[in-house]
Design a protein around this ligand. Structure first.
Ligand SMILES: Cc1cc2nc3c(=O)[nH]c(=O)nc-3n(C[C@H](O)[C@H](O)[C@H](O)COP(=O)(O)OP(=O)(O)OC[C@H]3O[C@@H](n4cnc5c(N)ncnc54)[C@H](O)[C@@H]3O)c2cc1C
Length: 328
């Protein structure tokens, strides 16, 4: 913004204001938000005990910050953009520690229960760093098995993903495939597919599989899909695409377009795991299309949790979205 910077103010809708320079009228919002995310991450790494925010500031004020309407009249209903991001991530972490960390080890693979932290978008944008979360979880009163299961995901799985994109320049495409997986998928490339869907069919959740369609809709309508279903979702894209290369590309495109936490090492590693054998091993029996890649069937996946309840929970959101799309 330069030093000294021009004075800025918040303008528009108080829950979602824009940051506008007072004299030039320049809109700083799109530049400020990623800056705030990076700054939070840098501060988080310092393991501070707290921050001092500046009262009334359009970036740092915690409450009663002025937001101006189109006529230039202020209301005192705003929150600085930087402070808002830090406070929301912190609220969500506290809520997870209080109500969902206990039982995480058994509930995390049950999409009907929503037992995970849902912190991935905040981690992705840097509103909160992994150190803060890991230390809070370590010190929480939840049973050891739940804390250990969570830290395995946050530290081991997350670091493996960062390592993958750091050392494999093909992380965004099928050339990242493990050698054993490449051999088995090539062998099964000519196998007849029972269902083949285009990227458009998949994007619109128009498949024969109600569980897959619900997961896809959860991602498109809310920007977040449950982790257990992300595995199933990508495996089915492999099964229903004309080739593993097309499947990889489609999964990356949809994931990066619709997940709030998309365009992230975890996403590329997750897709490489599901489609291309990354961080996995060969499985038997050898199957059509999958070869020795680990398989997930509709029957076994939908039996592992209350899939009917999950599909029913998503259904009203789909209906609302359809109604909105149809209305003039
Ligand atoms: C096909 C596929 C696509 C995926 N796409 C993404 C993506 O775009 N962005 C993303 O952040 N994650 C992605 N993941 C990984 C994982 O599913 C999500 O990180 C997790 O579901 C996010 O929900 P949560 O924050 O509630 O997770 P929690 O269970 O609460 O875990 C806490 C944190 O640990 C990390 N974590 C959890 N599971 C994994 C994992 N399997 N691999 C690496 N880190 C993990 C994440 O940072 C997560 O926020 C993908 C996985 C698969 C199989």
């Amino acid at each position: 913004m330069g030093i000294p910077r021009e004075a800025v103010r918040l303008v528009g809708d108080p829950p979602k204001p824009r940051m506008i320079a007072e004299r030039s009228g320049k809109d700083w919002t799109a530049q400020f938000n990623p800056f705030a995310a990076k700054r939070v991450q840098a501060l988080t790494a310092l393991d501070l005990a707290g921050y001092i925010f500046k009262k009334n500031s359009p970036s740092c004020g915690m409450e009663r910050v002025r937001v101006y309407n189109s006529k230039g009249v202020p209301t005192r209903q705003g929150r600085g953009l930087f402070a808002a991001a830090v406070m929301e991530a912190s609220r969500r972490l506290k809520e997870f520690l209080r109500s969902r960390l206990g039982g995480y080890a058994t509930r995390r693979n049950k999409p009907d229960l929503d037992g995970t932290s849902q912190l991935s978008p905040y981690l992705h944008f840097g509103h909160m760093g992994p150190h803060t979360i890991a230390l809070a979880v370590q010190d929480a009163g939840a049973p050891l098995q739940d804390r250990a299961a969570f830290l395995e995901e946050l530290i081991v799985r997350r670091e493996l993903a960062v390592n993958f994109v750091r050392y494999n320049s093909n992380y965004e495409n099928f050339d990242s495939c493990e050698a054993w997986a490449d051999v088995t998928l090539r062998k099964h490339a000519p196998d007849k597919r029972r269902f083949v869907y285009t990227a458009r069919d998949l994007e619109n959740a128009e498949t024969h599989d109600p569980l897959w369609n619900a997961a896809q809709k959860q991602m498109v309508l809310t920007g977040w899909m449950h982790g257990y279903l992300r595995m199933y979702w990508a495996k089915k894209i492999l099964e229903w695409s004309p080739s593993p290369g097309v499947a990889y590309d489609t999964a990356v495109q949809l994931n990066d377009r619709y997940e709030l936490d998309g365009r992230d090492p975890n996403g590329y590693a997750g897709i490489a795991w599901a489609v291309a054998g990354k961080h996995d091993r060969a499985w038997g029996p050898e199957r059509s299309v999958y070869g020795k890649i680990r398989h997930m069937s509709y029957e076994s996946t939908s039996r592992k949790f209350n899939s009917k309840a999950y599909v029913e929970r998503i259904r009203p959101w789909r209906e609302i979205a359809h109604r909105q799309a149809d209305s003039p």
